[in-house]
Design a protein around this ligand. Structure first.
Ligand code: F6R
Length: 241
C-alpha cells in the first residue's frame, strides 16, 4: 500500500482528484469505481472544477458505484444515485446511461446483484475504485462479520453504521436498515484502489487496518493484500498509526 499523509481534508481532496484525473486523462473511456459519503465530496468538487476549467472530459467515461441503500428510490435525496447526480454526474459531461449505481428499487434482488456484477465484468473491470472507510472498518457496506461476501449482495447495516449515517436523515429510524453493496471480491477486481480517509473519528479504523491483524472484523484490513492501493490520509486520521 502506498501511503500519502496530507495536512487536512482539502489537501486530501485535491490529491485524490489529481489521481482520478490522471486515470481519466490517460484512459478517456476508463471505468471509475465511485463511493459516496462525506469523504469524497471534496474530491468530486475538485473534479468538477477541473472539468469547468476545460482540463477533463468525462464523455467516454463509465462508472460503477459501490453501494446503495435498500429499499430506496433514486429520487430520494438520501439515495446514493441522487448523491452522485448532485455531486458529479449533473455537473460534468458524463453520459448518465454509462453510470451504474445498484438499484434500490430492485424487486428480484438476487438477479439484480448478479447482473450488477456481470456488468462490471462486461465493462472490462474497474480501473480505479475510490473507497472511504467506516469507523468500524467497513468498505462499501461490507460490515465487520464472521464472513465476508465475495460479490454484490444485499446486506444488513450494523448499528454503528446506522448511527453514523443518521446524520443525513431526519431521525435514526428513517435510515434504511439494508443496502446493496459490491463485495470484497468485486472491490478487489479493480486494477487500482484509491482509499481516502479524513478526520480523527477514523483514526482507530486506520490503525486497525494498517496495524491490526487481517480479519473480517475489519474488512479494510484486507486492502493490504491488493497490489495497487493508494491511501491518501490526513494527519488526524493517521494519528494512531
Ligand atoms: C459509501 C461507502 C461507505 C463510506 C464509509 C465512510 O459509498 O461505501 O463505505 O465510504 O461509510 O463514509 P463517510 O465518508 O461519510 O465517512
Amino acid at each position: 500500500m502506498k501511503i500519502t499523509v496530507v495536512k487536512n481534508y482539502d489537501e486530501m481532496s485535491r490529491e485524490a482528484a489529481k489521481y482520478v484525473a490522471e486515470t481519466l486523462t490517460s484512459k478517456p473511456d476508463c471505468v471509475l469505481g465511485l463511493a459516496t459519503g462525506d469523504t469524497p465530496i471534496g474530491m468530486y468538487a475538485e473534479l468538477v472544477k477541473m472539468y469547468n476549467e476545460g482540463k477533463l472530459d468525462f464523455s467516454k467515461a463509465r462508472s460503477v458505484n459501490l453501494d446503495e441503500y435498500y429499499p430506496i428510490t433514486p429520487d430520494n435525496d438520501q439515495s446514493y444515485r441522487y448523491f452522485m447526480n448532485y455531486h458529479l454526474f449533473d455537473k460534468v459531461n458524463i453520459n448518465k446511461a454509462n453510470t451504474y449505481v445498484p438499484d434500490g428499487t430492485a424487486k428480484d434482488v438476487e438477479a439484480h446483484c448478479k447482473a450488477y456484477e456481470a456488468n462490471i465484468d462486461a465493462l472490462g473491470g474497474v480501473d480505479v475504485q475510490v473507497l472511504g472507510i467506516g469507523r468500524n472498518g467497513h468498505i462499501g457496506f461490507n460490515e465487520p462479520d464472521a464472513e465476508l461476501v465475495r460479490g454484490t449482495h444485499l446486506t444488513a447495516l450494523t448499528k454503528s453504521t446506522i448511527e453514523a449515517n443518521s446524520r443525513f436523515f431526519a431521525s435514526e429510524a428513517d435510515v434504511p436498515k439494508h443496502a446493496l453493496t459490491m463485495g470484497i471480491e468485486s472491490v478487489f477486481k479493480a486494477r487500482k484502489i484509491l482509499l481516502l480517509v479524513s478526520g480523527a473519528n477514523k483514526a482507530e479504523a486506520v490503525r486497525a487496518m494498517l496495524k491490526g491483524n487481517i480479519s473480517t472484523n475489519c474488512p479494510a484490513s484486507f486492502l493490504g493484500l491488493h497490489n495497487d492501493v493508494v491511501l491518501i490520509c490526513d494527519e488526524a486520521a493517521y494519528s494512531l498509526v
